[in-house]
Design a protein around this ligand. Sequence first.
Ligand SMILES: NC(=O)c1ccc[n+]([C@@H]2O[C@H](COP(=O)([O-])OP(=O)(O)OC[C@H]3O[C@@H](n4cnc5c(N)ncnc54)[C@H](O)[C@@H]3O)[C@@H](O)[C@H]2O)c1
Length: 267
Amino acid sequence: MDDLKTRGLVLLGCGKMGSAMLKGWLAGGLPPSSVTVLDPHPSEWLQSTGVALNTDLPANPAIVLVAVKPQMMGDALPTLQKLGNGDTVFLTVAAGISIATYETMLGADTPIIRAMPNTPAAIGRGITGIVGNVKVSGAALDMAEGLLKAVGQVVRLDTEAQIRPLTAISGCGPAYVFHLIEAMALAGEKAGLSADMAMQLAKATVGGAGQLAEDSDEGPAQLRINVTSPGGVTAEALRVLMDETDGFVPLMERAVAAAITRDEELA
Ligand SMILES: NC(=O)c1ccc[n+]([C@@H]2O[C@H](COP(=O)([O-])OP(=O)(O)OC[C@H]3O[C@@H](n4cnc5c(N)ncnc54)[C@H](O)[C@@H]3O)[C@@H](O)[C@H]2O)c1
């Protein structure tokens, strides 16, 4: 972190994901004076943080966080080509794009780490998978892991190929859970609750159950059984949700397969 504070952190793109991470880092004590952001459309929040915005870059930043959309990469990344082939670590969160593609764009000697975070990073509850190329030293990987741990958990991948299924589970996963909240609230409303109360119940239930699943010594299967009184009410709902042909499991498998296909296309 000292290296990062002295040499600086550059963010290329600071939209939803870049902001979620930057929020966590600033809240964790990273001085805004160590951060330079390049983004043609900075949000009001970003402008209020005190980071250097669309100015000259530090000469030798410790890390460049690449957080533009994969579709913008070809336009955005060449502006940082001069930092390639050095000891600046490029930490990219973009879906799809392979390390080999970054090596082609920045130079084969560039240390590159692919990372796939998720938006709960904004409240320090993210989880990020990382994998680096051969130019990334152990110390550089530790530095990136330290930075990412400030906004949640970090897992190290054995192979780059694993980042694709990880993206489909934890990168995209918050959206699946937010949609679950929407679906539960709508069903509650349809069953006679007010919209506000149905939403309050759905949010607190998903939040509380998620926390219990993380904190409990019991696994999710046992926690589910704990809710399901024999011959009771939950069992009837689960009969629908756990249906082998159109329940949650086959539905989630189809959703994850669709995400993986799109990730392949973006590559
Ligand atoms: N949103 C997520 O949950 C999430 C999770 C993991 C990874 N990612 C990855 O993060 C990246 C950004 O996604 P997002 O959801 O934050 O998108 P976003 O559209 O919110 O943010 C992209 C930002 O890039 C900026 N930008 C566009 N062109 C630029 C350029 N030439 N130079 C600098 N900045 C430029 C835009 O102004 C915008 O602020 C993507 O590659 C995505 O795959 C997103």
